[in-house]
Design a binder for this molecule. Structure first.
Ligand code: PMP
Length: 454
């Protein structure tokens, strides 16, 4: 399938050769690369992207789930232009009204959020959440799950995608570093837990309860592999008992699984929540919110003497948590994000129904070819998993599914105009309709016919 795709994407190849002269490996984020070379997109509209050679694809990558309204939604553009017309970027470097408007909207959908802070990315959001937890509990270690991603910094870049031979015991996974150049300190400071195995988690958490200040999880791993409901509630109870701050990283699931994210589906209140992607309407953002008493760790103190110069450092005694950022709460981005959320209040249900339809039709199609496949996911995101198992519960289960065939299918689908990065998930948007679902099923049918005959 790669040869076939290469014939259609010659310009992408040529462009990529030039990219290598500018950026290491030709990319500015490692995730943008896939072998033999990434397809380079030039245009986008609604549910479609067009590459340099003029090939048109239905976009299911949607910039890793960020584009909940598809590409170029005029309603977002209008909100952005309205903001720009007022005062340019409106970047005053002071508090402003959209921070409050957006905050109120988020609080409406996420009752666990009493106060919040804006950041520039999901990465920064989880970083701040973990610092808040450490400040609040006085405990510096963190616990995270094998296979879960929370950003690219040392503290959490462990056992995200480890090779199974390095990963240790399934019930007590090793902390495997995911990058060269990392501080090895985090291999002991970050404790790795097995997803959806409460007994194993309980044992590890109890044994380290005096040192672990935060437990962070993706309530649906990779956005699609939903935690078991009991598991989440058991963790909620246990973390409360052990004085561990329970953090839901909803950067991917927020406004995608439901308006109120996975926590709405579970009917659970985490202590802290991180959001990103969708809430920026296609622009960079992150949000951290949660319990007032934890969030207040970051509130600047009012010094008795306003001319005390040490105040400029926020705290002379370092008794306030540091959080800052030139672009935090960027008005243009909040305008785009707020408009997106307002639209989703009316349209998310339809996207979810459409996703259910696509999942059902795909499963039916694979069944007619006698290929065991599950469309695993909830809300507006899912992944095509080739497995005979009834349930895929964690990273190791996923690694044992037929990823080789999945990848082969993905490359054939690229040549048929169905776009997601090979092995990636399918995210839908308000721009997707039944027409795209039909086209996708048609493309899949063509590919399965080629691979399996009939
Ligand atoms: N947490 C989760 C669950 C994510 O999926 C991501 C991004 N894929 C991040 C955090 C990091 O977000 P960003 O890429 O905006 O830094």
């Amino acid at each position: 399938p790669i040869v076939e795709l290469s014939k259609k994407t010659k310009k992408s190849y040529e462009f990529f050769e030039q990219s290598k002269e500018v950026m290491p490996g030709g990319v500015t984020a490692n995730i943008k690369y896939f072998a033999p070379y990434p397809i380079v997109m030039e245009k986008a509209n609604g549910a479609y992207v067009t590459d340099l050679d003029g090939n048109v694809y239905i976009d299911y990558l949607l910039s890793y789930g960020a584009l909940m309204l598809g590409h170029g939604d005029t309603r977002i553009n209008e909100a952005v232009i309205e903001q720009l017309d007022k005062n340019g970027t409106n970047l005053f470097g002071t508090p402003h009204s959209l921070e409050i408007k957006m905050g109120k909207k988020i609080k409406e959908h996420y009752p666990s959020i009493e106060l919040l802070r804006y950041t520039n990315s999901g990465t920064e959001a989880t970083q701040l959440a973990l610092r808040l937890a450490a400040a609040y509990t006085g405990k510096n270690k963190i616990a995270k799950f094998e296979g879960h991603y929370h950003g690219g910094y040392d503290q959490v870049l462990l056992s995200v995608n480890p090779s199974l031979k390095d990963a240790g015991d399934a019930k007590n996974p090793k902390a495997v570093m995911e990058s060269k150049g990392m501080d090895t300190f985090h291999q002991t400071n970050t404790i790795i837990l097995p997803f959806n195995d409460f007994k194993a988690c309980e044992k590890i958490l109890r044994a380290n309860k005096d040192e672990i200040g935060a437990l962070v999880l993706e309530p649906a791993q990779g956005g699609f592999m939903l935690a078991e409901k009991d598991f989440v509630h058991q963790l909620r109870d246990l973390t409360e008992q052990l004085g561990i701050v329970f953090i839901f990283d909803e950067v991917k699931t927020g406004y995608r699984l439901a308006l109120g994210g996975a926590q709405q589906l579970f009917n659970v209140k985490p202590d802290l929540t991180t959001l990103g992607k969708v809430v920026g309407g296609g622009y960079p953002i992150g949000i951290v919110g949660g319990k007032k008493e934890i969030m207040m760790e970051s509130a600047p103190t009012i010094a008795a003497d306003v001319f005390d110069t040490s105040q400029s450092k926020n705290s002379s005694a370092k008794d306030v948590l540091f959080h800052s950022g030139t672009y935090n709460g960027h008005p243009t981005i909040l305008a785009a994000g707020l408009r997106t959320i307002e639209i989703l209040e009316k349209e998310l249900d339809r996207v979810i129904l459409l996703t259910d339809e696509l999942k059902m039709r795909l499963e039916k199609l694979f069944k007619s070819y006698n290929i065991p496949m599950k469309a695993v996911g909830t809300g507006s995101i899912f992944s095509v998993i080739l497995t005979e198992k009834d349930k895929i519960l964690n990273y190791r289960d996923l690694q044992k599914t037929d990823l080789t065939t999945r990848k082969e299918i993905d490359f054939y689908l690229l040549a048929e105009g169905i776009y997601t990065k090979p092995l990636n998930r399918y995210s839908l948007s308000t721009a997707h309709t039944m027409k795209e679902v039909e086209m996708t099923i048609f493309a899949y049918e063509k590919v399965l016919k080629r691979l399996y005959g009939g």
